[in-house]
Design a protein around this ligand. Structure first.
Ligand code: GLN
Ligand code: ZN
Length: 765
């Protein structure tokens, strides 16, 4: 045996998002199926060739997909929901894409976030009908790599327990029946690989990093016993990532031949586990020593020291060095970034550069540290140079972010006392109507921005255009009859990018895209330095909107936790500290808005939920500092200034305390798709602050009827006091058309008026 370098998965999108382009052309009918397949093969083989050129020993195959790896697994097991009218056999491409995107007759499968990442997977639906193996995808991938590139690949497959836990459509009591069907199919896949002479398969079980119960762990043990018996000559690398293994002792005793462990996230716990339980002498350790979730170059000295520690527990020749998780979550290559500041550029490592780090460290395992001294020095110098740069040494900011006082995170008066003052200040009608912030971003708006960015339009021309949009929509909001207005967010493409571009400490790349869901890619900003407020960011537009109306206009900001969670964050400070820096900058913006006469300010936190750690035991700590950062950003205002917030998820139940602790005067929240659940949350627990339950779903072009919204409002009023109740759609309207938006909002106002009439009788009496 010898130490090997390994990879867990490679970004599928291509250096120039060729993957996205091929998919979208195919969907638009601009590519024939055969051309599409050809293009995809080219990208797939290109990705493999790059890993071969990088001299990775264990190259993953089968991680490539046309949409998503969970969808691939579902389709492979014939788990196509009834509504897609699948007739058996290999699942046709149009059925595959219909599951992902919906078609004229069937709604798409649900999509949700992959653990604590910003990647979304398609949720498989178990409908109880018979599962079959429609194709052996890992085997096909293995054969292709072997034939076309002479690569002895390591097939990658989502593990059965993760697959089960992430699927829906079944009750706990159905689990045995589900597994009874699923496990023989997995066994068959493994047997066919074994027959083919495949040496290793990587089975991904990230669910083992979450807080599963001991009972569940027993099921996992039974599953792997069966899989090992089915194909004893095929070696299984059981791959866990995103946090430490929950049941370390049990997992390391499973009848598999390798365990892949994340040595970046949850490291402390992992080292503790190693110290107290050791590592089995008959297994390979897949050591995920390079961060697959962030974009910074590693300090190879420090990584090498970690590897040295590991080799106290595992002989070096039984270690595979690898990234902590699939490289799907990072962009392809830094080489593409031509415009970045040199100091930042040298301190970055995307997928390709991370593979070089892996092989460099593997070289040291073979030949000793002396073989890589230059690389070590280079990595340290690059990190040191950035560490010493002025952007990372804004002493004032660092000091402020480290010395947050209780006082800074507290409003002067408690909510119930502020409430009275705010009522007097705004004299709003009962059940005030408002929106979440954005109005339709039409082609015209997007084109205007393009023209300005390309220099075809002057800044003045663009600004004038934005003002005209704001003005049009102030008029429309008057006509619709809303009570609290917004300016419409026409000047923003994206709610994080907009703020990142205006604060110090952020940098933007040209091509550092990562897949978010399907063909959709995002280019997260990079927080590389101390975050600094430079000048007011939103005051101009809000003040202009306010000048056009007597109605209150809500200022509109993105919250500190959302900005953090949707960026790549520097790795030399804690996330808490970086969030506090962002919060301090936003606090200045809040103050600037208030000083300019804006007395309602909404601070959106749609990504607060997704930053929750995988381990339940770590939730409190996260929620504590996240809530504190929000309060830091928002609590310096006067009692009469009303702070709003917005979140777009609906697990209110689990977080009602944290949400209440934000101490926002009003929260608007998405509930139109899960109204019943929400109503029950308020039956069980009390919430005293203002709350806008989204009364219609903005994700659909449908115009909701007045009666429908009356019903929803009435349901809400059964559990909430009319005095705390706000009426609004469930999210921003930027993806909707103008006509739809106006018609829906008019109906929303009509529904509100009907309810007000009913209540006015009560009020008078
Ligand atoms: N204010 C933002 C908007 O209306 C909120 C978006 C969001 O919740 N994701 O677009
Ligand atoms: Zn939203």
């Amino acid at each position: 045996m010898t130490a090997l370098s390994s990879n867990l998965g490679y970004p599928r999108i291509g250096e120039n998002r060729e993957w996205k382009k091929a998919l979208e052309s195919f969907w638009a009918g601009k590519l024939e199926e055969s051309q599409f397949l050809e293009e995809m093969e080219k990208i797939r083989l290109g990705n493999l060739q790059k890993q071969k050129d990088a001299e990775i020993d264990m190259i993953p195959v089968g991680d490539f997909t046309f949409y998503d790896q969970m969808l691939d697994a579902a389709v492979m097991f014939g788990m196509v929901p009834e509504r897609f009218a699948y007739a058996g056999g290999k699942v046709p491409l149009n059925t595959y894409f219909a599951m992902a995107r919906g078609n004229d007759t069937a709604v798409a499968c649900e999509m949700t976030k992959w653990f604590n990442t910003n990647y979304h997977y398609i949720v498989p639906e178990f409908e109880g009908k018979k599962l079959t193996l429609t194709e052996n995808k890992p085997l096909n991938a293995y054969r292709e790599a072997k034939e076309k590139l002479n690569i002895n690949g390591k097939p990658v497959l989502i593990g059965p327990y993760t697959f089960l836990k992430l699927s829906k459509g079944y009750e706990n009591s159905d689990i045995p029946a589900f597994l009874l069907q699923l496990i023989p199919l997995y066994a068959q896949v493994l047997q066919e690989l074994e027959t083919e002479g495949v040496k290793w398969i990587q089975i991904d079980e990230p669910i083992l990093a979450t807080s599963i119960t001991k009972e569940e762990m027993k099921t996992v043990a039974e599953i792997y016993k069966q899989l090992n018996q089915a194909a004893p000559a095929l070696q299984i690398m059981l791959q866990v990532y995103f946090d430490s293994i929950e049941w370390y002792e049990e997992v390391t005793q499973l009848p598999v031949q390798g365990i892949g462990v994340d040595f970046v996230h949850g490291l402390e716990k992992t080292i503790e586990n190693l110290k107290s339980n050791g590592f089995p002498t008959d297994k390979v350790l897949g050591a995920g020593i390079i961060d697959g979730r962030n974009i910074w170059r590693s300090d190879l000295q420090e990584r090498w020291e970690l590897i040295t520690t590991l080799s106290n527990y595992v002989p070096a020749d039984r270690i595979w060095l690898q990234p902590s998780c699939s490289l799907l979550h990072v962009p392809v290559t830094v080489a593409q970034e031509k415009a970045l500041d040199q100091t930042i550029h040298s301190a970055l490592a995307f997928a390709d550069e991370k593979l070089v780090e892996v092989t460099t460290l593997t070289n040291a395992l073979h030949n000793g540290e002396s073989a890589i001294v230059e690389a070590i020095q280079e990595s340290r110098n690059a990190r040191l140079k950035l560490a010493q740069s002025p952007a990372r040494n804004r002493a004032g900011i660092q000091y402020s972010a480290r010395t947050i006082s209780e006082q800074q995170t507290k409003r002067t008066l408690p909510f119930n006392e502020r409430r009275k003052q705010q009522q007097d200040a705004f004299s709003l009608p009962l059940l005030p109507t408002t929106t979440i912030g954005s109005f339709p971003q039409t082609t015209e708006v997007r084109q205007a921005r393009q023209k300005w960015r390309k220099g075809e339009w002057s800044a003045e021309a663009y600004e004038q255009f934005i003002q005209n949009q704001i003005k049009d929509w102030i008029v429309l909001q008057e006509q619709i009859g809303l009570d609290v207005f917004v300016h419409g967010e026409f000047e923003r493409t994206d709610m994080v990018e907009f703020f990142g571009e205006k604060m110090g400490g952020f940098v933007f790349t040209q091509k550092a895209w990562v897949q978010s869901y399907g063909s959709r890619c995002v280019k997260p900003p990079i927080i590389y330095g101390d975050v600094e407020f430079l000048q007011p960011m939103t005051v101009k537009e809000s003040v202009y909107a306010k000048s056009l109306t007597d109605k209150p206009v809500k200022g509109m900001l993105t919250g500190p936790v959302t900005i953090l969670n949707w960026s790549f964050v520097r790795d030399d400070l804690s996330r808490e500290e970086v969030t506090n820096q962002i919060a301090l900058a936003l606090r200045k913006e809040v103050e600037a808005l208030e000083a300019a006469g804006i007395h309602m300010i909404q601070v959106d936190e749609p990504a607060l939920r997704e930053g929750l750690p995988l381990k339940k035991s770590a939730w409190d700590n996260y929620l504590n500092w996240a809530v504190k950062a929000f309060r830091l950003a928002t609590s310096s205002v006067q009692n009469t200034t009303q702070i709003h917030t917005h979140m777009c998820y609906c697990e209110f139940h689990d977080f009602i305390d944290a949400i209440s602790a934000l101490d926002a005067d009003v929260i608007s929240i998405e509930t139109s798709r899960s109204h019943g659940e929400l109503v029950s949350a308020f039956t069980d627990q009390s919430y005293d602050k203002g709350i806008g339950l989204g009364v219609y779903d903005i994700h659909s072009p449908r115009i909701p009827a007045v009666e429908e919204m009356i019903d929803i409002i009435e349901q809400g009023l059964q559990v909430l006091e009319p005095i705390q109740f706000w009426i609004n759609p469930d999210c921003g309207l930027k993806t909707r058309k103008i006509d739809e938006t106006v018609a829906s909002l008019k109906n929303m106002v009509a529904a509100t008026n009907t309810i007000r009439d009913r209540y006015s009788v009560l009020q008078e009496s």
